[in-house]
Design a protein around this ligand. Structure first.
Ligand code: DGL
Length: 266
């Protein structure tokens, strides 16, 4: 059986690239809902419906475990899927999110006291990062900034225009004297260099492509029964719900090699 990775679009390819590199032995299937991206400005009910459809699709296609790489879906709908949908429909399967491992990675260094979160409007409004960070360390100060313009800009392959927008999103966070910044969206690793330059050396930038494979390795280490059921033939499949010329250009850029996509309907 396979490890499924789900994202609203192609941003999850950054995390997938890291997983395939760090844990190459497993079979992976990537599903990007490119027809309906972005999720970041949609209602809670809609994101829940979309996530359930993705979960159904991936479990029907031989996934043992699903990683929801999408922060918006992890923030808005994952808890309900885990607590209500899975017990009823897939009691033996697992769906893991990206918010808790990111919060853990951000607070690993005990010197971190003030954390900034840059994310979509949906993720910010859900307050999921605040909830999870406070669970780990109640005294941490958290400052959120929604960045609704970044995903459309990144998806348009136009990051050369991002600098002034990034400055205006990051300025309120630096004014709060944050010592760490969570890039709380699948797409933001592409802006990591620009963001680090703007933040300067005193702010630690937490990027999910650098943390998720270690977190998955740790999870699998604690779940040998799941590991036993996982296929280890290095198979990779890439599924999208819409396929355009831009899909191919962006995936080449973000994943690093030519990706053969298959079009699917959820
Ligand atoms: N995948 C989404 C996330 O990580 C970003 C794109 C979207 O808004 O759907 O929040």
């Amino acid at each position: 059986m396979k490890i499924g990775i789900f994202d609203s679009g192609l941003g999850g390819l950054f995390v997938t690239k890291a997983l395939v590199k760090e844990l190459p032995q497993y079979d992976y299937v990537y599903l990007g809902d490119t027809q309906r991206v972005p999720y970041g400005n949609r209602s809670h009910e809609t994101v829940y419906k979309f996530l359930k459809e993705a979960v159904d699709y991936l479990f029907a296609h031989d996934c043992e475990l699903i990683i929801v790489a999408c922060n918006t879906a992890s923030a808005e709908a994952l808890r309900k899927v885990q607590q209500e949908y899975l017990p009823r429909h897939y009691p033996k399967r697992r769906v893991l999110g990206i918010i808790i491992p990111t919060a853990e990675a951000a607070l690993k260094d005990h010197k971190i006291k003030r954390v900034g979160v840059l994310a979509t409007q949906g993720t910010v409004d859900s307050r999921a990062y605040i909830r999870e960070l406070k669970k780990i360390r109640p005294d941490v100060s958290i400052f959120q900034q929604a960045a609704p313009l970044l995903v459309p800009l990144i998806e348009s392959n136009a990051i050369e225009f991002a600098d002034p927008i990034l400055h205006s999103y990051l300025q309120p966070l630096s004014r709060k004297n944050i010592d760490a910044l969570i890039l709380g969206c699948t797409h933001y690793p592409i802006l990591k260099k620009q963001i680090k330059e703007i933040c300067g050396p005193d702010i630690k930038v937490i990027s999910q492509d650098e943390i998720i494979s270690a977190k998955l390795a740790d999870y699998l280490g604690r779940h040998p029964k799941i590991v036993k059921r996982l296929g280890k033939n290095k198979r990779r499949e890439f599924l999208v719900t819409d396929l355009t010329a831009a899909t191919k250009i962006l995936s080449m850029k973000w994943f690093g090699t030519d990706v053969k996509f298959r079009l699917v309907r959820l």
